[in-house]
Design a protein around this ligand. Structure first.
Ligand code: COA
Length: 251
């Protein structure tokens, strides 16, 4: 599937969505954001999609931010990227270059983040007289802690992939050639596990983070209990004891 600013290629239940405006370093204009919303709605509804990889076209950028030309007409956009965060399927960011402003925030809304050694991250909005508006002040602070988040947001300075890894902003750093194959291999590993367990694990962590600890523990216990009654759980434990590979059905 191809739209004006996106390409989607799928194989083995992995959909790879490439944001493709390389001449503008894949900056997110309204058209691209609209196309992304539609693509994620399709992924949510399609049982043939088990995981999504999100990347940018060209060698230079993942996404260099919201389109600055359009910023003056911007309206408040609360909840941007919540659809990605709540997809119910893992979304892996393969950050192949600049991830600035809305690009960094897009990566933050993903389940996991992998970076090319050439990637650069930053929240440069204060240079433009604004603050991050696509979730950056909230998701960055929750991921890397208040101190590092404030340093990035207040200085507007970029950090390289190694520093992003050191502070926990990205899960792993790969060479540019390895970025997509390694990210796909991780997606494939996730897809080889029990689909029900993956779905509930995503939900337990995602929703649990917005709850007080006691409530989150209760939520986890409920999901754990439901999984204990699933066919996948019986198959997974039986396969272990019978020393064979589990055949999960997602039930
Ligand atoms: N919005 C709109 N256009 C953008 C853009 C953005 N966020 N980021 C880059 N572009 C455009 C540039 O205007 C340029 O277009 P042009 O060739 O028509 O002039 C093209 O992409 C290439 O960018 P350029 O700045 O020439 O590349 P560079 O290698 O010199 O610098 C960056 C790369 C990423 C450091 C620089 O483009 C930059 O600072 N971008 C803005 C980042 C930002 O502030 N993002 C947050 C927005 S809230």
């Amino acid at each position: 599937m191809s739209t004006q600013n996106l390409t989607v290629e799928s194989h083995d239940r992995i959909a790879r969505l490439t944001i493709s405006r390389p001449e503008k370093l894949n900056a997110l204009d309204r058209a691209t954001l609209g196309e992304m919303d539609q693509a994620f709605a399709t992924f949510a509804a399609d049982p043939e999609v088990g995981a999504v990889i999100l990347t940018g076209a060209g060698p230079k950028a993942f996404v260099a931010g919201a389109d600055i030309q359009e910023l003056l007409q911007q309206s408040p956009v609360g909840g941007r990227f919540s659809r990605i965060e709540n997809l119910g399927k893992p979304v892996l960011a393969a950050v192949n270059g600049y991830a600035l402003g809305g690009g960094c925030e897009l990566a933050l809304a993903c389940t996991l983040r992998f970076a090319s050694s050439t990637a650069k991250f930053g929240q440069p909005e204060v240079n433009l007289g604004i603050i991050p508006g696509y979730g950056g002040t909230q998701r960055l602070a929750r991921l890397v802690g208040r101190g590092k988040a404030q340093e990035l947001i207040l200085t507007g300075e970029m950090i390289d992939a190694a520093e992003a890894h050191r502070i926990g902003l990205v899960n792993q750093v790969f060479s540019p050639e390895d970025l997509l194959p390694r990210t796909e291999a991780i997606a494939a590993t996730i897809l080889s596990r029990s689909p029900l367990a993956i779905r509930y694990a995503l939900e337990a962590v995602q929703r649990g983070l917005n709850m007080p600890l006691e409530e989150g523990l209760g939520f986890e216990a409920t999901l754990f209990g439901v999984l204990c009654a699933s066919e996948d759980m019986k198959e997974g434990t039986r396969a272990f004891l019978e020393k064979r590979k589990a055949q999960f059905k997602g039930r």
